[in-house]
Design a protein. Structure first.
Length: 153
């Protein structure tokens, strides 16, 4: 199961990167994330330059999912950390895409609910990486950055 889950996670990361790029470059429903953030501004909306953190988060997620694939396909037995974080990371990434759709469709209540799902799945994922004897920074760091950003969003 880890092999399939690792491949699905890798594909999900590339899909979410493409979806985010598409919505920035082309927009969706006549909207883009920045203009809606301005339209529905609040005290917690970060400065526009702060959104560049997504480049680092996406690079980290690519590295993490490549490691997941490599680990799943090179080890003979099921890897515990991969089993524990695979599903929750997938939920976070799929929810990220759903959040973008809901936000750009101006479904604010739904977007808040989806953001909560992202946060809970990332907190679970981060907790699992802390509990496992995984000492590679490129496994925890992308999850920690992703969780940190979502927790203040």
């Amino acid at each position: 199961m880890n092999k399939l889950l690792s491949i699905i996670n890798l594909l999900a990361v590339f899909a979410i990167i493409y979806w985010n790029y598409y919505t920035v470059a082309v927009g969706f429903n006549g909207n883009d994330i920045g203009s809606l953030s301005d339209k529905y501004g609040n005290l917690f909306t970060p400065a526009s330059y702060a959104f560049s953190i997504w480049g680092v988060i996406f690079l980290g997620l690519i590295a993490l999912t490549v490691i997941m694939v490599k680990t799943a396909w090179s080890e003979k037995k099921e890897n515990k950390w991969l089993s524990k974080i695979g599903w929750s990371l997938l939920v976070a990434n799929i929810s990220n895409g759903l959040w973008t759709w809901a936000w750009l469709s101006e479904m604010l209540g739904l977007s808040v609910c989806i953001m909560f799902i992202i946060l809970v799945s990332l907190l679970y994922t981060l907790h699992q990486t802390i509990q496992q004897p995984v000492h590679r920074w490129f496994i925890r760091l992308p999850i920690a950055l992703y969780t940190g950003w979502i927790s203040v969003a």
